[in-house]
Design a protein around this ligand. Structure first.
Ligand code: NAD
Length: 336
């Protein structure tokens, strides 16, 4: 198939080319740096398939252009598909495929990296030592052992986080509308969200972004958290109401905040904007807090994850080309 890859970075090319040529080239891949949007969708002209990433805009207007161009499949190189208008995809008969699981450990381990770096203020210590400041004031942390970690969403990533936290000797609390058998077997204590928030020293988010989880962590949820607790979000930015988080940081309700995702990240993340004036005042405010650590959606960024993402994406396109169905199609059957 002719495949146009949007938002392509050098690392995407490296891993997709390797997956595509293993055992002989399967598809013709064209790499575009442009982010997919209704304005750039026409760049897919001549292709049968489009490959997109998390901040590409796959709304009805984009998909309508694809339908006019004869695009048959939208192959996402992500697990999340909250950025795709599935109702429009079904109406336009465009198959949407994704990579449901590529390395839950990549995201889980980054989640724990954020927890530890925040707890022990590693980001501050790194800068201090480089400047010859060896004072410890302001770097006081706490033992992880014995602390309560509340995991919201115990799917693949949430359970991988739970396994690591159990290894640290933490008490792991969980909230999920569909409690996982593996989670219960591990000894996780499933609770309602209010009780989880009230009992957790660390709250970490691993549910998908849906209309029901948008701003799940808002003013009311933050008010229910233990005062000074740590909040980590490596799932999707809009699960946290950023303005509420800023208010929580200012009042001390949130003691430490670790983010790998941000609700308005699409205009920021994955690009080098270091020579430009930051236009997002909310994000700029977040950067001023000494107890906030932000990474730019890099939790998935390991060799193992990129290899698996590329192999599954090429596998989805190949299966669709050969049999009309991708291996991991996003189901649109239950949509209104
Ligand atoms: P998964 O589908 O295996 O698990 C999601 C879990 O969330 C399920 O058990 C589901 O029942 C639960 N859930 C749904 N609604 C909920 C709610 N209201 N409250 C609590 N739990 C709820 O998904 P996964 O592979 O574990 O990935 C989780 C999320 O992580 C993805 O949706 C994606 O947004 C995010 N993610 C981020 C990165 C990154 O690089 N930062 C990479 C991959 C995935």
């Amino acid at each position: 198939m002719q495949v146009v890859v949007f938002s392509a970075k050098p690392y995407d090319r490296q891993f997709l080319d390797a997956a595509n040529t293993a055992g002989g080239a399967k598809h013709q891949l064209t790499y575009l740096e442009a982010r997919l949007s209704p304005e750039t969708a026409t760049l897919a002209q001549g292709a049968d398939a489009v490959c997109a990433f998390v901040n590409d805009v796959c709304d009805a207007a984009t998909l309508e252009t694809f339908a006019e161009l004869g695009i048959q499949i939208l192959a996402l190189r992500s697990a999340g598909f909250n950025h795709v208008d599935l109702v429009a995809a079904r109406r336009l008969r465009i198959t949407v495929a994704r990579v449901p699981s590529y390395s839950p450990e990549s995201v889980a381990e980054h989640t724990v990296a954020l927890m530890l770096a925040l707890n022990r203020r590693i980001y501050r210590a790194y800068n201090r030592v480089r400047e010859g400041n060896f004072a410890l004031d302001g770097l006081l942390g706490f033992d992880m052992r014995g602390r309560s970690v509340g995991i919201i969403g115990t799917g693949r990533i949430g359970l991988a986080v739970a396994r690591i936290m159990l290894g640290f000797g933490c008490t792991v609390l969980a909230h999920d509308p569909f409690p996982a058998k593996d989670g219960m077997a591990m000894g996780l204590e499933y609770l309602g969200i209010d009780e989880l928030l009230a009992r957790s020293d660390i709250v970490t988010l691993h549910c998908p972004l849906t209309p029901g989880t948008r701003h799940l962590i808002d003013d009311a949820a933050i008010a229910r958290m233990r005062r000074g607790a740590m909040l980590i979000n490596t799932s999707r930015g809009a699960i946290v109401d950023t303005r509420a988080a800023i208010a929580g940081l200012k009042s001390g309700a949130i003691g430490l905040l670790g983010l790998d995702v941000y609700e308005e990240e699409a205009d920021l993340f994955f690009e080098d904007l270091s020579g430009q004036v930051l236009q997002d005042d909310v994000f700029a405010r977040l950067l001023t807090f000494p107890n906030v650590l932000i990474t730019a959606h890099q939790a998935f960024f390991t060799t193992e994850a990129l290899t698996a993402i590329a192999e599954t994406t090429i596998g989805n396109i190949t299966a669709f080309a050969e049999g009309g169905r991708a291996v991991h199609e996003v189901s649109t059957e239950k949509l209104a």
